[in-house]
Design a protein around this ligand. Structure first.
Ligand SMILES: [Zn+2]
Length: 340
């Protein structure tokens, strides 16, 4: 199990090194296609983005899902001072984005570095530094190029609609903690890639597909018709950790209900039974503010059972933290659930 846990974390780190905000995921998808190819798994890119892989196996189809798109931002305005006002891509929070380094990706393929700073960010100068509310109107990207006017910034090739990608700051501690932005949901993609290598060594008694989606953070990642023999969707996405919940970074979370409603009782029951049988440390938690790709696929009209599990991730949509124990317990549960 340790080998698969190490592999999942390695795969996660590789993927985290590729910027992939929702809407700009092609590079991450090419990387994923290459990873599946290295396992001799047939995989293809979907028209709207995302990768669908067929891992083979006999029997009823199950589709495992995780998402490779992340939070980020777009250039909304090139300001008179040459700096950038940005529009967040869905759930990026201004409060935890201040002082984050970013990469600006232009449409002609150039990349510039910069930092999201409070406007007038010097404490020694700004009388209102402490009381100023942090929003994407009071923050701006200071570009690490000698520009002080809109014309100079435009001359760099930067335009409205360019993607702005926060630095993930990935770090693995000796004590086993994995810290990074975007563990939601690249940690689960790493887990699925590790699982794929296990599936290739066995003869699964279900036909297993994997779907790595590219629009989850805006709600419609898996809103498409699933392959015909698929009767069940299992979404692997970050498990919530926080006040009132029992999951930690060391456990795998099984979600009976999120803010969109309950998951299939049959699936939740079977997941709990598999966790008990395998000795995976797990938590059952209701997520207060959460929607998943499984819910999106069902809302799109697919007649399937659906469930949601994932490694516990603290400080979600901020500088997130998980632990290799959470990865290991998620893999243990998946192995048991799929009979691998
Ligand atoms: Zn997610």
């Amino acid at each position: 199990m340790q080998w698969y846990t190490d592999l999942a974390i390695e795969e996660t780190i590789s993927l985290l090194a590729i910027d992939s905000p929702t809407g700009d995921t092609a590079e991450a998808e090419s990387h994923l296609l290459a990873r599946f190819e290295s396992l001799s798994v047939s995989a293809r890119r979907l028209c709207k983005g995302g990768v669908l892989a067929d891992l083979g196996g006999e029997g009823e189809g199950i589709l495992l899902m995780a998402h490779t798109d992340t939070l980020g931002a777009m250039v909304a305005e090139i300001k008179e001072n040459g700096r950038l006002r940005v529009s967040p891509l869905n759930g990026l929070e201004a409060n935890n984005s201040e002082t984050e380094n970013v990469r600006i990706r232009t449409r002609d393929g150039r990349t510039y570095e910069g930092t999201l700073q409070l406007c007038n960010a010097s404490v020694h100068v700004n009388d209102d530094y402490k009381k100023c509310e942090r929003t994407f109107s009071t923050l701006e990207v200071v570009i690490d190029m000698p520009t002080s006017s809109a014309a100079e910034t435009e001359a760099l090739g930067i335009r409205t609609g360019d993607f702005v990608c926060p630095e993930p700051r990935t770090r693995v501690t000796e004590s086993g903690y994995v810290k990074s932005r975007f563990l939601d949901d690249k940690l689960s993609v790493g887990i699925l890639l590790s699982l794929a290598s296990r599936i290739r060594e066995t003869a699964p008694n279900r036909h297993i597909y994997m779907l790595i989606t590219a629009f989850e953070e805006v709600g419609h990642g898996a809103s498409f018709m699933v392959p015909g023999d698929v009767k069940e969707l299992l979404c692997v996405d970050m498990g919530c950790v926080g006040d009132g919940l029992s999951c930690t970074e060391h456990t795998v979370s099984i979600c009976p209900k999120d803010s969109h409603g309950p998951y299939s009782k049959e699936v939740v029951d079977a997941l709990v039974a598999a966790a008990e049988a395998s000795g995976a440390r797990y938590a059952l938690d209701i997520y207060p503010h959460y929607g998943s790709d499984a819910g999106a696929a069902v809302a799109a009209g697919n007649d399937v059972r659906f469930g949601l599990i994932g490694p516990g991730v603290y400080a979600s949509h901020g500088y997130e933290r998980s632990h290799r124990d959470g990865v290991e317990n998620t893999l243990k549960l998946l192995f048991a659930y799929l009979g691998l």
